[in-house]
Design a binder for this molecule. Structure first.
Ligand code: FES
Ligand code: FES
Length: 162
């Protein structure tokens, strides 16, 4: 039996998209395979590692736990769109400067998750940063430099360089 295909229309990084997708296809596979947006990574495919993190209607979600067809009518933002818009330029710079990435596999998801925390304003404690990022796994860095980078950006956005 051939897989069921459904037409969807959504916004991806501000661009209208119309596609026919298999009903069983995950959002992250749709973004990577159908739209060529490979900045969102696939790690565990079980909702554990956070490598597939994207935004749907302004909220971060696991792209491996959501079906593409569930995003019909939604506004999807990936690391490509958020990065191109300059929204996280300071976070990217801080990650680079503080060696908060090595292989980079976790980095797109880590950046989007950190930005979700910092968008609330204020300066979270290191414990709050760790708690917010605890659903994003990094096999390389030991997390310390990531927390340093996020903390530095929180301070910088508040007006005091760190
Ligand atoms: S690939 Fe989605 S959480 Fe790991
Ligand atoms: S930098 Fe390699 S998994 Fe995080």
């Amino acid at each position: 039996m051939s897989p069921r295909v459904i037409d969807i229309a959504l916004s991806v990084n501000g661009e209208p998209v119309r596609e026919s997708v298999e009903a069983r296809k995950t959002l992250v596979d749709f973004l990577r395979e159908d739209l060529g947006l490979t900045g969102s990574h696939v790690g565990c495919e079980h909702g554990v590692c956070g490598a597939c993190t994207v935004r749907v209607d302004g909220v971060i979600v696991r792209g491996c736990l959501m079906l593409a067809v569930q995003c019909d009518g939604a506004r999807v933002e990936t690391i490509e769109g958020v990065s191109d818009a300059g929204e996280i330029a300071d976070l990217q710079e801080a990650f680079h400067r503080r060696n908060a990435l090595q292989c980079g596999y976790c980095t797109p998801g880590m950046l989007l998750t950190a930005q979700e925390l910092l968008r609330n304003g204020g300066v979270p404690s290191r414990e709050e940063i760790r708690a917010h990022l605890c659903g994003n796994y990094c096999r390389c860095t030991g997390y310390h430099a990531i927390v340093d980078a996020v903390e530095a950006v929180a301070h910088a956005r508040r007006g005091g360089k760190r």
